[in-house]
Every structure is written in structure tokens, then in C-alpha cells.
Design a protein around this ligand. Structure first.
Ligand code: NAG
Ligand code: NAG
Ligand code: NAG
Ligand code: NAG
Length: 272
């Protein structure tokens, strides 16, 4: 009877620690991450492979990391963007119910980590990136006045993304972790097909000719939607990176990473 009670208590404690997800993190280096030394000459090569392995693993899910429900397809509830004030670009866009396909086939070209502040510059390609969602749009694209809502499909070829990530190191359980605080992206692509349904409240002819115009001038459309696309990608990456790096110690990526004290010096307690 006593034994049963003890077992129950242990189970309860376990369950509680699992529910408090943010307390949970990896304590053993997983076999799907290559450890690198930033002091080594071939660090960039090593780190590039390491981040590639991480992306590959994300595809079927990182064991124990339940807060990332799905990476490919990735779902975003809502995103709102106002941009520009020039002639070509003056736009309010809202996307809802967004599904993005393609992050699972990411090819990492280069992963740089800067010793000075442990920020990163990561370059990768999504050979295929498809976005589908509900849109509402008000403003001008390529001088065409628009005021519509419906479904949008975007289909980009070879989207090459350069990601600039800011981090702040912190200690947890004897490890150094990255607190990913900011993520900014630039991109280019080799092609963009698009389709907006119901662009002109049901005027099918105008809708068709405008969609054709967008596809014939996809580079200009990509420029016009630049902020919408970067913001969408940044929202996804920041969310995913934060979750991963609160879960996996930075030591498992860079095994000679300094402690926060070593990097920032002794932290003076801030007056509250
Ligand atoms: C990185 O890897 C590439 C190809 O695998 C190789 O050509 C290059 O020499 C490596 N660079 C370093 C610094 O080891
Ligand atoms: C998205 O569009 C579909 C089809 O028009 C509609 O049924 C659904 O309610 C919309 N969802 C949102 C979140 O706007
Ligand atoms: C991470 O940084 C954010 C600010 O960007 C801060 O609010 C949060 O407390 C930090 N988390 C940890 C674990 O240091
Ligand atoms: C995408 O990149 C690959 C490899 O560089 C290339 O073979 C392919 O033609 C590119 N796709 C497009 C649509 O340009």
C-alpha cells in the first residue's frame, strides 16, 4: 500500500513536470545534432551540417518537443501588414488561416555564428514554398487599386532566405541556452506563381486579367509583397527557433560556447 502510494506520487510529479513544458529540456546530446567547436577552423562547415540535421529532424518532430505541432505544413492563424507609401506599393494585407508547405525540404547553405555576441547568419533554400490562406487586401499592387477578400495561393521556386538572428545566452540546469530574441530575413526567389480569388468582388474578367498580370510580372509582385512575405517567414522562424533553443542546450551545437557570465561579464543585479 505504501509502495503504491509512493509510485503514485512519483507518477504525479512526473506528470506535473511534463505539463510545465517550459521546465523541460534535453540533458543528453541527441544523436541527430552534430556538435561543433567554434574555435575550430572548419566550424562553418560543421555548423552548416549541424543546422541541416536539425531542419531534417524538425520534419518528423523533435522527440520531447511537443510545442511545435507541425513544421511542414506550418500553420499560422493570422498576420496583418501595412506597408509602403510609394506609388507602387501602398497596401494593407491580412492573411488568416495560413498553411505553408516547404520548410521540411530546407537545404542549409551556410550557418555562421558570431563569437562576439552569438548572433547568427543562416542562409538556406526552400526549393518549393507554397502558401495558401484567406486574404483581405486593400491598397495598390503595381498601381492596380485593389479591395478584395478571398483565397490566396503563392508558389515560389528556390526561395533563398538569409536569416539574421539575435540571441541572448542564459544558464539552465548547468547548460548554456540561446534565448532567441529577434529574427530578420531577406529573401530572393527564382519564380513566383500566384492566384488571388475574388479580387474584385466577383468581377471574374478583371480578376483573371489581374491574376495573369501578376504572374507575367512576378518579380514586381514579389517586390510588392516583400514585407508580407518576410513578415510571414519571420513569424514562423522566430516561433520555431525560440521553442527549439529553450529545449536544446546551445552546448549541443557549439560545445565550446561560453557561459553567459563569460560572455557578458558578471551580471549586476538590476534595480527593480
Ligand atoms: C568545407 O566543406 C567543403 C565541401 O565539403 C570543402 O570543400 C571545404 O574545404 C571545407 N572547408 C573547410 C574550411 O574545411
Ligand atoms: C477562409 O475562407 C473560407 C472559404 O471562403 C471560409 O469558409 C473561412 O471561414 C475563412 N476563414 C477565415 C479564418 O477567415
Ligand atoms: C528571453 O528574452 C525575452 C526578451 O526578449 C525575455 O522576456 C525572457 O525573459 C528571456 N528568457 C530567458 C529564459 O532568459
Ligand atoms: C532552382 O535551383 C536549381 C538548383 O540550382 C535549378 O536547377 C533550378 O532550375 C531552379 N529552379 C528554377 C525554377 O529556376
Amino acid at each position: 500500500m505504501r509502495k503504491l502510494l509512493m509510485n503514485l506520487l512519483v507518477l504525479l510529479a512526473l506528470a506535473t513536470s511534463l505539463v510545465r513544458g517550459d521546465e523541460d529540456f534535453l540533458r543528453e546530446p541527441p544523436d541527430y545534432i552534430k556538435e561543433c567547436k567554434i574555435a575550430d577552423k572548419d566550424f562553418v562547415n560543421c555548423s552548416t551540417q549541424s543546422i541541416q540535421q536539425l531542419f531534417d529532424k524538425l520534419n518528423d518532430g523533435i522527440p520531447g518537443l511537443t510545442s511545435i505541432k507541425s513544421f511542414d505544413p506550418f500553420h499560422l492563424n493570422r498576420i496583418r501588414i501595412s506597408q509602403g507609401n510609394s506609388n507602387a506599393i501602398n497596401l494593407k494585407v491580412e492573411l488568416a488561416n495560413v498553411k505553408i508547405i516547404g520548410f521540411g525540404h530546407t537545404k542549409v547553405l551556410e550557418s555562421l555564428v558570431f563569437k562576439k555576441d552569438y548572433s547568427w547568419k543562416t542562409t538556406f533554400v526552400l526549393p518549393v514554398m507554397k502558401l495558401h490562406g484567406n486574404y483581405s487586401l486593400f491598397g495598390r499592387i503595381l498601381l492596380i487599386p485593389l479591395n478584395g477578400r478571398g483565397q490566396v495561393f503563392l508558389d515560389a521556386d528556390n526561395m533563398t532566405i538569409t536569416m539574421h538572428t539575435k540571441t541572448r545566452l542564459y544558464s539552465k540546469g548547468g547548460f548554456t541556452f540561446y534565448n532567441v530574441t529577434n529574427c530578420r530575413v531577406d529573401f530572393k526567389m527564382d519564380g513566383l506563381r500566384s492566384y488571388f480569388s475574388n479580387l474584385f468582388n466577383g468581377n471574374k474578367q478583371l480578376e483573371d486579367s489581374t491574376n495573369k498580370f501578376f504572374n507575367d510580372n512576378w518579380r514586381m509582385l514579389a517586390d510588392a509583397l516583400y514585407t508580407v512575405i518576410t513578415q510571414t517567414v519571420e513569424d514562423i522562424l522566430l516561433d520555431v527557433l525560440k521553442k527549439i533553443f529553450h529545449f536544446i542546450p546551445a552546448n549541443f551545437f557549439v560545445n565550446d560556447i561560453p557561459t553567459p557570465e563569460q560572455l557578458y561579464g558578471k551580471v549586476k543585479p538590476k534595480p527593480k
